[in-house]
Design a protein around this ligand. Sequence first.
Ligand code: DX5
Ligand code: ZN
Length: 218
Amino acid sequence: MTEVSASILTVEKDNATQMFYDLEVAKINYFHIDVMDGKFVERDTTSTMKDYALTISHISNLGLDVHLMVENVEEFMDEYLMLEPEILTFHIEATKTEERTKNIIEQIKDNGTRVGISISPDTDLEKIKPYLSQIHMVLVMTVVPGKGGQKLIPETLDKVRELKNYIDENGLDIDIEVDGGINKETAELAKEAGANILVAGNYLITAENLKEAVQSLK
Ligand code: DX5
Ligand code: ZN
């Protein structure tokens, strides 16, 4: 079954609450929270995303799918674990050492939260293989992290395919999430490649009919 995680990165403050309601009514599965620290990526969305995540946790029962694009993973992990998200994802490019990566995985798990590791387009799949048996999800970035509304990089779907094969061959039980440039057409390709959770920002937020847009991804 395919699940849809709505990226609220480009939602305007003025109509944010209404948009969150509309997304839930349109049957998304998660709210995708893009936390950017101005260091790991250029933009800084820390205060807006904190606001949005708090609002959502007050008005919705849907799970938060938190995507940390930050250097100081520990700091933001602590901050977001307090909101009891469904999934907390950090970037393998940010943690660098094996000891640190394992520590973060353990801390997220201790909180009863599902652990995701994200991998940017230029990073080799080998980098995350040692952790696959310990995590719940891999977030394959299908664009360079940093902003919404970009075009999906086709080569990233080869990575999804390779990952899916590796997961199946090793009898692992891990979700594959894709993020960036997902629309009706690219969703089809991503699912074919092996993804089962699709993040969509621009495609949903600008849709005329949200229900149909969510349905078209599933
Ligand atoms: C990019 C973010 C994505 C992005 C998705 O750095 O991680 O979640 O906002 O937006 P679209 O679907 O517009 O590419
Ligand atoms: Zn994201």
